[in-house]
Design a protein around this ligand. Sequence first.
Ligand SMILES: C[S@@+](CC[C@H](N)C(=O)[O-])C[C@H]1O[C@@H](n2cnc3c(N)ncnc32)[C@H](O)[C@@H]1O
Length: 270
Amino acid sequence: MVPAKFVEVEFRMADERVSARGGMETSFGFREVGAGEKQPLVNDVFHKVAKRYDIMNDVMSAGLHRVWKDAMIAALNPPSREDYRVLDVAGGTGDIAFRIVERSGRKAHATVLDINGSMLSVGAERARKKGIDANLDFVEANAEDLPFAANSFDAYTIAFGIRNVPRIEVALKEAHRVLKRGGRLLVLEFSEVEMPLLDRFYDAWSFNAIPKFGKLITGDDAPYQYLVESIRKFPNQRDFAAMIRDAGFARVSFTNYTGGIAALHSGWKI
Ligand SMILES: C[S@@+](CC[C@H](N)C(=O)[O-])C[C@H]1O[C@@H](n2cnc3c(N)ncnc32)[C@H](O)[C@@H]1O
């Protein structure tokens, strides 16, 4: 289900790689909004879903998000070192940061950064219950304007977060700035399904089942309608890889998970 090998990306000319799914800064799902209007709407979604976010992830992905997240951490393979520092951006309730800390044998340090205090509160409480809060800190800030010095982190991770950030190019440049030389970028995001038939099933599941489950479990389907629409607006694997390279990263590659429902993108600051 999870291919182990990354696909090296062949880059096309800049004018050929304009994504059919562009305009992320001014799209809130399928709705066009003004510049500067997207972030408050996104924040509203995650304030509403924060308390039920973790259970909804299991329901929406039939548990697959755990497999994809585990595969991301296996790709990162954090060393068992106390000076290894990871920045997990749009880290929400902590799933990625917790896995990194555990995989390093509770040695590495992870900073969970998110723009949304409600998501971070749930994460901080989960960390406390797991007894790993000493390896973590929680920072409320914007991915587009990171409150850290250049060359601060060994790795930058972001899972299911980048498509919610209005100015993706700015966030990727910030990722490059805060990474040390030799540092690794890993982006896990929903992507374009590249398997015939699976795409039809996935569309039916996304647009019919997910908002209904959202309503049943949280009492509101609107946030989940946004989530499924925002996935369709996000650039496909190759276009997003090109954006990563444009931000200055080298050796950019991606690997599809579950036929491309999700993809893990990788790049290095050299
Ligand atoms: C779908 S959740 C992902 C949470 C977590 N990474 C995971 O995989 O479970 C997306 C997160 O992105 C955060 N987010 C949205 N825009 C952001 C921004 N500009 N800067 C930082 N975080 C942002 C949201 O607040 C939300 O917590």
